[in-house]
Design a protein around this ligand. Structure first.
Ligand code: S6P
Ligand code: ZN
Length: 184
């Protein structure tokens, strides 16, 4: 029998993907109006500033029950005012769908929020492994001075719910205050 190479590969170093059914999405500052606390600082910045990019491998159609997606998020270093660059954060559309995250490069914080608005936080670093339980919103924050690269694997039918975050926020903000990384 013929032994084939897989149609997709990822970098062991930073998780970059190449191959079939790999897509890339880019989030700029202008896509995150209302997400940062310091609106004055937000509007003083170039709206085209790239905050993060996500590469995703979708071997099955979105919504496929039992399927899995695989991806890497790259969050640039930087701040809006004193608040670090971060992802929008989301609950899954099918609320009980869980996910794995793992740190590849850089330093950051993973912020969790349950449906009642209770938060918990975990350090993200090369080699860190994070189980994101179902019914928990999740957001990545880059607290370092280099790109934060984080791998992820999630159910193909999980979907994303951004509405509750856009409306109510995440309960806690990760900032640099007095030279320290603080969550408040
Ligand atoms: C998908 C997974 C990640 C995020 C990515 C961007 O379930 O959690 O791939 O989509 O980190 O974050 P967000 O909140 O903008 O989708
Ligand atoms: Zn997710």
């Amino acid at each position: 029998m013929i032994i084939k190479n897989p149609s997709v590969e990822f970098s062991k170093q930073n998780g970059m993907l190449k191959g079939e059914n790999v897509s890339k999405s880019i989030r700029k500052l202008k896509d995150m109006d209302g997400f940062y606390e310091d609106e004055e600082a937000f509007h003083a910045m170039d709206p085209e500033t790239v905050l993060y990019e996500v590469e995703a491998y979708a071997p099955v159609e979105s919504g496929t029950e039992g399927g899995l997606f695989f991806g890497t998020s790259f969050i640039n270093p930087g701040k809006v005012g004193n608040e670090y660059f971060m992802t929008k954060g989301h609950f899954h559309e099918i609320l009980n769908r869980a996910e794995y995250y793992w740190g590849l490069e850089g330093e950051g914080v993973l912020v969790f929020m349950d449906e009642e608005g209770n938060n918990s936080l975990q350090h993200v670093y090369p080699g860190s492994l994070h189980y994101v339980p179902g019914k928990i919103a999740h957001r990545l924050v880059n607290t370092g001075s280099t790109k934060l690269a984080v791998g992820a694997c999630w159910p193909a039918d999980a979907g994303h719910q951004y509405g509750p975050i856009a409306e109510k926020g995440f309960g806690v903000r990760v900032k640099e205050i007095g030279g320290k990384i603080l969550a408040e």
